[in-house]
Design a protein around this ligand. Structure first.
Ligand SMILES: Nc1ncnc2c1ncn2[C@@H]1O[C@H](COP(=O)(O)OP(=O)(O)OP(=O)(O)O)[C@@H](O)[C@H]1O
Length: 449
């Protein structure tokens, strides 16, 4: 394999020299540029496997270079070299498409890891490159919304920016986080999932950052924290809104400095773990109420991924039900394949699923256990009555007030049209034979974002 080539852009000649030597030790050949113009000339002529750029350059901003590379040479991963403590530029760089950042003075160990990840993205380190993580569970669904999410996950897997996943319970937030990990350069590292709400408050810091022996009663030996366990992999902070404010400060520091200080330790330990966090709560509201630090929200929410509720994409329900049923039945080896009757599928499509895909799984699991024949019927589903049922046009439940039923029908038809047109409002309004203005009015009235 040819030597990997890096384009390094910085206006400090000394730093350029240092980076060049460090990269050479990693068998990476560096081409250096002091200005944006010079960097652009190199890009036109050469073939690069990665680019490191400073933020402030004499003739412009490194952000412009990141954007340009993203548009013209999307295969080149770019990392930003930021001034010490300047998290704003790191966040701006990642929002613009940088895959990671390293702050000055450059920690050579972190730089080495960063370059290693970048080269994996470019296929320079071929070991298990074909393990693309597509053997595990996949995000199923044929709706445009799901298709968009799968595409976004492929993109997100290529960089290191913190991702914040929102969505109701059971919408697949953890599954999405696992897929981002499995398709990214850190897939050989571990995926460590932690439910922040489930750890007792007085243990949360020791769990996340580790502790030294004797640092508190019960600390009988040194303990590694989850951050360290996720070294070289991904740390998934589920229900991040449940972290106590004092821990939020430490988390902020850990993300910013890429290092943690175990409880009772004198020194910080460098950690390189990708942070993905999730919450079913509205974090903006938590920030407004003073329960979540704004600066931490800003750092973890560099890129937001919203997992839609199942009732927002009813056309995914039949396929999901079918696949999940197959998966569940295959776990019970001797069981003949079961199918769902047309009425059962119809009932599922009408149901509002407050617990989303997890609830669908539970319903099918129960049906599988209770059903004696080979076909699951409506009665085997034991669907609970919900307050706001998603209803279909041909089966209005007469026990629900008419206004409510009509509203649900309207919402469902609009969502279907939006979904079918990839959320193009003009096309959806045509499909629904209404004016775009009328569609906008209805979207606002029905609370559809
Ligand atoms: N699109 C999907 N395709 C296939 N399975 C899915 C999909 N979405 C979710 N699931 C499955 O549904 C279950 C719940 O998903 P997951 O745990 O990822 O949800 P979550 O949003 O993290 O839930 P919570 O907020 O309660 O932690 C899992 O078994 C997951 O595999």
């Amino acid at each position: 394999m040819n030597k990997a080539q890096a384009l390094v852009v910085d206006d400090e000649a000394d730093l350029l020299e240092l980076l060049k030597i460090t990269l050479a030790r990693m068998d990476v050949q560096a081409v250096t540029a002091l200005t944006l113009a010079e960097a652009r000339r190199h890009l036109e002529r050469g073939q690069f496997d990665l680019c490191l750029t400073d933020m402030n350059l004499p003739d412009g901003s490194g952000i412009d270079l990141i954007r340009q590379i993203g548009e013209q040479y999307p295969q080149i991963p770019v990392a930003m070299i930021t001034a010490h403590g300047s998290m704003e530029s790191a966040v701006a760089a990642m929002k613009a498409g940088a895959f990671d950042f390293v702050s000055k003075p450059v920690d050579l160990q972190l730089l080495r890891r960063l370059v290693g990840s970048a080269l994996k993205l470019r296929g320079h380190v071929s070991a298990s490159d074909d393990e693309r993580g597509d053997t595990g569970p996949q995000l199923l669904g044929e709706s445009a919304a799901m298709e968009r999410i799968r595409q976004l996950i492929v993109k997100l897997a290529r960089n290191q920016a913190p991702v914040f996943i929102t969505g109701e319970s059971g919408t697949g937030k953890e599954l999405a986080a696992r897929l981002i990990h499995a398709q990214g350069p850190h897939r050989e590292g571990r995926f460590v999932a932690v439910n922040c709400g489930a750890i007792p408050q007085d243990l949360v810091e020791s769990e996340l950052f580790g502790h030294k022996k004797g640092s508190f009663t019960g600390a009988i030996s040194d303990k590694e924290g989850l951050f360290q366990t996720a070294e070289g992999g991904t740390l998934f902070l589920d229900e991040v809104a449940d972290l106590p404010l004092a821990t939020q400060v430490k988390l902020l520091r850990a993300i910013q400095e890429k290092s943690v200080r175990p409880v009772g330790a004198q020194r910080e330990v460098a950690v390189d773990a990708r942070i993905i966090s999730a919450s079913h709560r509205d974090l903006t509201e938590e920030v407004e109420r003073g329960r979540f630090r704004q600066d931490l929200f800003y750092r973890i929410n560099v890129i937001e991924l919203r997992m839609p509720a199942l009732r927002e994409r009813p056309r995914d329900i039949p396929l999901l039900a079918d696949r999940l049923l197959q998966r569940l039945a295959s776990r019970q080896g001797d069981r003949p394949a079961l199918t769902l009757s047309a009425e059962a599928i119809e009932a599922l499509t009408r149901y509002a699923f407050p617990g989303n895909v997890r609830e669908l799984e539970n319903i099918l699991e129960r049906a599988l256990a209770l059903c004696e024949g080979e076909r699951i019927d409506v009665a085997d589903l034991y669907l609970p009555r919900t307050e706001a049922p998603a209803v279909s046009t041909d089966a209005v439940d007469e026990t629900v007030p008419l206004e409510e039923s009509l509203r649900e029908i309207e919402k469902r038809e609009i969502l279907n049209a939006l979904d079918a047109t990839h959320w193009d409002q003009a096309a959806a309004s045509k499909r629904l034979k209404m004016t775009p203005k009328s569609l906008r009015y209805r979207l606002a009235r029905l609370g559809i974002e």
